[in-house]
Design a protein around this ligand. Sequence first.
Ligand SMILES: C[S@@+](CC[C@H](N)C(=O)[O-])C[C@H]1O[C@@H](n2cnc3c(N)ncnc32)[C@H](O)[C@@H]1O
Length: 221
Amino acid sequence: MQNRDDYQNSAAIYDFLFSRVLRNIHETIRTCLTYNKAKNVVDLCCGTGQQLRHLADQGMILTGVDLSQAMLYQARKKSPESIHYLETDAADTQLPAGRYDAVIITFALHEKPAAQHQAIFKEACKLLTPEGVILIADYCVPREELSSQIMSTIGFQSVERLAGIDHYHCYKDWMLNGAVEGFLDTHNPGKLSLVSEHYFGCVKLLTVSKIPKTLNMEAKP
Ligand SMILES: C[S@@+](CC[C@H](N)C(=O)[O-])C[C@H]1O[C@@H](n2cnc3c(N)ncnc32)[C@H](O)[C@@H]1O
């Protein structure tokens, strides 16, 4: 869990910095959710609520969860009142289990220690309906080609370094452990599908569905 508000200094400029960069991912998630006819949707670690606002005209019931007061201040200020925001730990939301058609987790797992990102993913599994889907967008292992290597090492690594030393160490561990595929290969109890790749193959959007009722979240042997 965050002890202090790591986003206090960046919340006000977060959308200015990232809204264009993230637009394709937001749009792809919206397409997936409308295709799946998702009604009840929760975004864990929702930040400033950009993704939820991008879904606001779809007739969905939208909930955002985040720990940062500064990020939620921006989210509430910019969002219609129909979007609900909760200031709480995404690993223990107290939201009703088995009620959500979709759980979104974008650019959040890589910045946390392993125990925390596992706990957040476990909570996502718990919140889903049996037919529900988790959508995860996060860093993956870059491709061998030069554009992918440059984007990863010069681009994303620098952004993560600027976010602070703790954040950077978590990001490095995430990459060393196989990034999003490594995490899901070890912890995903359901069916994994690749939806799209972004930024020269440095980021993947994946879905996890068909999660068994007995949430076996232990790492595979
Ligand atoms: C890099 S931002 C990503 C925000 C948004 N998902 C996006 O794609 O733009 C990570 C967010 O995770 C939030 N966060 C970190 N740890 C959390 C936790 N344990 N519970 C809830 N939110 C958390 C931070 O406050 C921050 O808003």
